[in-house]
Design a protein around this ligand. Structure first.
Ligand SMILES: Nc1nc2c(c(=O)[nH]1)N[C@H]1C(S)=C(S)[C@@H](COP(=O)(O)OP(=O)(O)OC[C@H]3O[C@@H](n4cnc5c(N)ncnc54)[C@H](O)[C@@H]3O)O[C@H]1N2
Ligand code: MOO
Length: 402
C-alpha cells in the first residue's frame, strides 16, 4: 500500500468505509455495567430497570402550612376549634388527633393519625389558642397519602434511560446512593505533527496550536465516551510507536489525527502500514484520507489532520457507533431548504458547514478544511450526494445536526 499512495486507486464510498468502521468497532457495542455514585450519574445510561425500594411519600404528610382537622368538624363554617398541638416538618411519630380539634401543621409534617384534611392558614384566623376556619375542606384535601406517588416495588425507570436531572431527582428521593449504568467506551486520542504546541504556550515560527486533541476529546465525550488519554507525537516513528503503545493499553478505541496523506513525513501511515493497517481515499470532502487498523486487538482509526476534516470524519464515521455503544439516542438527519445555490465537486460526497436560518439552511464556510472559525458558526453539516454538482436555492438537502 505504501508504494501505491502516490497513485491512489478509485476512492471508496463513504458507505463502504462506514461499514468497515462499523465491523471494526463491533466489539464496543456490548457493554458491561458499572455501579457509580448518584452524584456522578448525570448523562449516564441505566443498565437495568429500577423499582422503588420504598413508598413515596414515605409517610402521610401535609401539603400546606395550616391546620390539620377532621373534615366533618368544619362541614359548617365558620367553625372555631381549639388548637391542641403544633407539628413542624421533622422527625416525629404521628400526633394523636381528637375530633373537633385542630393541629397547627407545616408543609411536609407528619399528619396526625385521626385528621383527614388540612386547612391552609390563609383560610383561618387565630385568636389565643383557638382557630376559626372560614372554608370547608373535604376528606383528603391537602393531605399527601403514603405511597400516592409510587408504591414499593413499582417501576421507576427503565433500562436505557439517559439520566437527566428529573431522573436523578426520583432516584435520590427513594434514597438510592448509587446506580448501575452502562460503561462508557474508553477512547484514546493521538494527534501527530512536529508543528503542534499546547494552548497556553507561544508558538514559534512554523508552529500552531494543537486543536484536534481538544476537539476530538470533546467530540468523544459529547457522544458518551470516556476519554482515557489525549496524547501527541511528533513525526518520528519511534515517538508515535510509543504513544500508540500506551494508547492501545488504556483504550478500546484509538483515534489519530494527521500524518496520513501524501507527504514525506506521514508518521501514522508509515508506522501503521507496518502493522497491517489499510489506508485509502474515501470519496468525500472533507475527510478524504482515511485508514483503519487493529493494534494489539484495539481498533485504530486514522483521521486526516486538517481540523475540519478531523471533526467531519468523527461525525460521519464514529459518532453513530459511539452513541450506540454508549446507549445514547441516534442522531438523525433532517431535510432543509437551501437558501442559495450550492456547487459541489463531482464524485465526492460533500459535507458543507451550514447553519439553519428562519427559511431553511445556508452555507457558512468555504470548502477549506482549515477553516475552524467558520466551522464554529455551523450547526449542521449539509450532506451533498456524490453525484450532485450543483443544487439550486429552494432545493431540499439532507442536514446532520452538529
Ligand atoms: N499532495 C497531496 N497533499 C494533500 C492531499 C492530497 O491528496 N495530495 N490531501 C489533502 C487533504 S484533503 C488532507 S485532509 C490533508 C491530510 O493530511 P494529513 O492527515 O497527513 O495531516 P497533516 O499533514 O499532518 O496535517 C494537515 C493540516 O492540518 C494541520 N493539523 C494537523 N494536526 C493538527 C492538530 N492536531 N491541530 C491543528 N491542526 C492540525 C496541519 O498543520 C496541516 O495544516 O492532506 C492534504 N494534502
Ligand atoms: O479530505 Mo481533506 O479532509 O478534504 O481536507
Amino acid at each position: 500500500m505504501a508504494h501505491q499512495q502516490r497513485h491512489p486507486g478509485t476512492a471508496r464510498s463513504v458507505e463502504d468505509h462506514a461499514a468497515d468502521v462499523s465491523d471494526l468497532l463491533g466489539s464496543l457495542l456490548t457493554r458491561p455495567s458499572e455501579t457509580i455514585r448518584l452524584d456522578d450519574a448525570l448523562g449516564r445510561v441505566l443498565s437495568d430497570d429500577i423499582s422503588s425500594p420504598i413508598d413515596l411519600p414515605l409517610f402521610r404528610n401535609s401539603q400546606m402550612d395550616g391546620f390539620a382537622v377532621d373534615s366533618a368538624s368544619i362541614a359548617t363554617v365558620p367553625a372555631t376549634l381549639p388548637i391542641v398541638a403544633t407539628v413542624p416538618a421533622g422527625p416525629a411519630e404521628p400526633a394523636a388527633h381528637l375530633a373537633a380539634t385542630a393541629v397547627r401543621i407545616m408543609t411536609g409534617a407528619v399528619m396526625p393519625s385521626g385528621a383527614d384534611a388540612v386547612v391552609p392558614v390563609e383560610d383561618t384566623e387565630v385568636s389565643d389558642d383557638k382557630v376559626t376556619v372560614y372554608r370547608s375542606r373535604s376528606a383528603g384535601e391537602f393531605v399527601r397519602e403514603r405511597g400516592s406517588d409510587v408504591r414499593t416495588g413499582a417501576l421507576l425507570l427503565t433500562s436505557g434511560t439517559l439520566l437527566a436531572p428529573r431522573h436523578i431527582s426520583v432516584l435520590a428521593a427513594v434514597g438510592l446512593p448509587s446506580v448501575a449504568v452502562r460503561t462508557r467506551p474508553k477512547v484514546a486520542i493521538i494527534t501527530t505533527g512536529a508543528e503542534l504546541v499546547d494552548a497556553g504556550t507561544t508558538p514559534g515560527p512554523g508552529q500552531i496550536f494543537d486543536s484536534n486533541g481538544a476537539a476530538l476529546a470533546a467530540s468523544a465525550r459529547a457522544n458518551g465516551a470516556e476519554v482515557a488519554i489525549v496524547d501527541r507525537s511528533g513525526d518520528e516513528p519511534d515517538a508515535f510507536r510509543s504513544v500508540l503503545r500506551r494508547a492501545v493499553a488504556h483504550a478500546e478505541l484509538v483515534i489519530t489525527s494527521g500524518g496520513v496523506s501524501m507527504g514525506d513525513y506521514e508518521v501514522v501511515k508509515d508506522v501503521l502500514t507496518e502493522l497491517g493497517a489499510r489506508f485509502g481515499r474515501i470519496a468525500m470532502q472533507p475527510g478524504g484520507p482515511q485508514g483503519l487498523a487493529v493494534v494489539d486487538g484495539v481498533p485504530v482509526l486514522t483521521f486526516p489532520g486538517n481540523p475540519v476534516s478531523t471533526l467531519v470524519s468523527f461525525e460521519v464515521f464514529v459518532r453513530p457507533l459511539l452513541r450506540r455503544a454508549a446507549g445514547l439516542p441516534p442522531i438523525s438527519p433532517a431535510e432543509a431548504t437551501l437558501d442559495h445555490d450550492v456547487t459541489s465537486v463531482p464524485g465526492k460526497r460533500q459535507f458543507l458547514r451550514g447553519r439553519r436560518t428562519a427559511s431553511g439552511v445556508e452555507v457558512v464556510s468555504g470548502p477549506g478544511s482549515h477553516l475552524v472559525a467558520a466551522l464554529a458558526w455551523a450547526d449542521v453539516l449539509l450532506d451533498i450526494p456524490a453525484d450532485a454538482t450543483s443544487l439550486a436555492a429552494g432545493d431540499r438537502v439532507k442536514v446532520w445536526p452538529l
